[in-house]
Design a protein around this ligand. Structure first.
Ligand code: NPW
Ligand code: K
Length: 603
């Protein structure tokens, strides 16, 4: 996004000169530039008008290079998944153009004469690419282009009658507009998108449609310097860049039209796990990003739901497996209320899958803790969990001690299952679009996953922060419940954890000696406190003796407490937690996304 005021606009003469310089002394060929120009037109279109909704494209191509750009753009659009049709009434008999035509014909892209254009363009096309005239246009349009331009002009009348009309995308210049003066009489076409090529021409200043892009990413510094061009920089490897402000987004209007194959109740596998397996495999095959990412919803005894994105680590007929740690919010809530829900969202497939779960209680939790601390754990995952669980030896000894006495091999616990499905009957498989099965669950979940159902306004407030709060995570901190606090095994607080007194409302505040207060301030990504071992620990910590794994040290917290200085960031690349230490207080961020809640500063 760039301020249009600061961007250079070319006169007709400058545009022609640049063209000549590029193709003369700078060694470009017209084919090359046209290919890049057409590609950037197609890329701009694809950026704004998704092929799922705007697939039917009519490209109207004029007699010059602008028309050539249109032919190239149509070919790229075809490869992007659109269905182009070409109207190219005045063909240029040069090899470049005949080649472009042959390429399109080989893709079975239809060519249509002016006479055969459908009378009702509104119903036939979603996008019209105006590639009739570019910067060499002059005078007034001659047939048959006069009629074609009139046809485009008439489309805007339909706009006024609120009928859906195709969007018009103009290549370089809105055809019929004066290259410098623009639509002087105010009666020309009114494109929805303009893709300026190389640099915008003066007429583009008069463009008032919602989408102005720049394409033609080939301007060498020599040209930019000679013409004192101020052009927006292209992001990353993109072939196009937006000029000016993006359209104001009406969030409530954001909605995809789901077009999915029919999915009926009788098609659902009688075994929900088998159904899940099928869908999961399809999600993987479809290239879904992180198909094993799932929202895990739990609620503690206070009944307040909380959701986190977690990763599925396995599943079989016994249920679904994921990893958490002994003192996570999830673990606390599940210990208070065994009901949980999983939600997978597979975009692309228009599918989601929800499951109601009950966890297997204590035993699994204990195994996890034991496994994670077992000497000689065999898997890397277990080693990670060793950190997740922390080195709270006071707790783990309680578990591993008796197991060792029984002669059980702790190494066997390296791949513990944390929670398991308990009540198969409660799982439901639903289609993201229709939710024919398990309807009552689907309704609740679909709203959250798709965010576009009409009840959202009513129910979408679940989990949304109250006024003045920046996110779920932060609110939880305010309640002293979120975040994972670790106590040294010998500490008073560790005893509290063991005795089950932790996790109560407000408990966190006391436990971490003011840590949550820092987070309530919204100023820190994490807090690590010397805590229970007092001054000595703090001193060591400040001097980096006791590990330096934390990103920031917050306000020490207690009234009159001191502000500690930041320590080195060492382990922040760990996605799941910010720090860990062998003998002090630890705070870990719960997961990667929830951290949004408290990364943001609050004013
Ligand atoms: N770096 C660059 O510069 C790049 C430029 N590129 C592209 O090239 C475009 C400029 O192409 P261009 O010069 O071929 O001219 P363009 O506007 O397509 O049309 C000329 C034709 O229209 C005709 N015509 C004119 N007026 C008319 C009228 N009133 N009524 C009827 N016909 C009329 C004229 O006929 P004539 O009047 O000469 O008889 C001639 O046949 C530029 O806008 C961009 O899209 C990119 O491909 C690559 C990078
Ligand atoms: K044009």
């Amino acid at each position: 996004m760039q301020n249009p005021e600061s961007i250079s606009y070319l006169t007709q003469r400058e545009a022609a000169e640049i063209d000549e310089t590029l193709m003369g002394p700078l060694g470009f060929s017209v084919d090359q530039l046209m290919e890049l120009a057409g590609l950037s037109v197609a890329a701009s279109i694809a950026e704004v008008y998704k092929s799922s909704e705007y697939s039917r494209v009519l490209a109207i191509c004029g007699p010059g290079n602008n028309g050539g750009d249109g032919l190239v753009a149509a070919r790229h659009l075809y490869h992007f998944g659109y269905k182009p049709v070409i109207c190219y009434p005045k063909r240029t008999p040069k090899p470049l153009y005949t080649g472009l035509v042959t390429q399109l014909e080989s893709l079975s892209v239809p060519f249509i004469s002016v006479e055969d254009l459908p009378l009702n363009l509104l119903e036939e096309f979603d996008i019209i690419v105006d590639a009739i005239f570019g910067f060499s246009y002059h005078g007034s349009p001659r047939p048959p282009f006069d009629g074609l331009i009139q046809m485009l002009i008439s489309l805007r009348n339909y706009d006024q009658t609120c009928q859906k009309s195709p969007v018009i995308v103009s290549v370089d210049i809105p055809s019929g507009w004066h290259v410098e003066e623009g639509d002087a009489g105010g009666e020309g076409i009114r494109p929805d998108m303009l893709v300026s090529l190389t640099a915008p021409k003066l007429c583009a200043k008069k463009f008032s449609g919602p989408h102005h892009f720049l394409g033609g990413r080939f301007v060498p510094p020599f040209i930019a310097e000679q013409y004192k061009l101020h052009l927006p920089s292209y992001p990353g490897t993109s072939m196009c860049v937006r000029i000016g402000k993006p359209q104001k987004i009406d969030v409530s209007a954001l909605r995809e039209n789901y077009i999915s194959p029919e999915f009926l109740e009788e098609q659902v596998d009688s075994d929900p796990i088998d159904q899940f397996r099928k869908w999961f495999e399809e999600a993987v095959a479809a290239g879904s990003k992180e198909p094993n990412a799932m929202a895990l919803s739990t609620a503690g005894k206070n009944g307040k739901p909380s959701s986190r994105m977690v990763l599925l680590k396995g599943f079989d007929e016994n249920g679904f497996v994921w990893y958490t740690n002994y003192e996570s919010q999830k673990a606390h809530e599940l210990s208070e209320n065994p009901h949980a829900s999983l939600l997978f969202y597979w975009d692309g497939l228009n599918r989601q899958n929800v499951s109601d779960l009950r966890r297997l209680m204590e035993e699994q939790m204990r195994l996890l803790t034991a496994a994670a601390t077992a000497e000689g754990s065999r898997s890397g995952a277990a080693r990670v969990r060793e950190k997740e669980v922390g080195l709270d030896r006071g707790i783990t000894r309680d578990v591993t001690g008796p197991m060792e006495e029984e002669g059980r091999d702790l190494g066997e616990l390296a791949e513990p299952r944390v929670f398991r499905e308990g009540e198969r009957g409660k799982r439901r498989v639903v289609d993201g679009r229709e939710s024919l099965v398990g309807e009552e669950i689907a309704r609740a979940r679909v709203r959250i996953a798709n965010g576009n159902h009409s009840d959202l306004n009513r129910d979408g407030r679940i989990g949304r922060p109250r006024d003045g709060e920046t996110g779920d995570g932060e609110r939880s901190f305010r309640e002293g419940r979120c975040g994972d606090f670790r106590a040294g095994g010998a500490s008073e607080d560790a005893r509290d954890w063991r005795n089950g007194r932790s996790g109560e409302e407000g408990r966190g505040t006391r436990t971490v000696n003011g840590g949550p207060r820092s987070r309530m301030d919204g100023r820190y990504e994490g807090v690590r406190l010397g805590g229970n071992t007092g001054r000595e620990n703090r001193r060591r910590w400040e001097e980096n003796e006791a590990g330096d794994s934390m990103g920031f040290i917050g306000n020490y917290g207690e009234p009159g407490g001191e502000e500690l200085s930041p320590v080195r960031r060492k382990q922040l690349d760990y996605p799941l937690f910010s720090g860990i230490d062998s003998d002090g207080w630890l705070f870990m961020m719960n997961h990667f996304f929830p951290s949004i809640g408290f990364r943001r500063r609050r004013n």
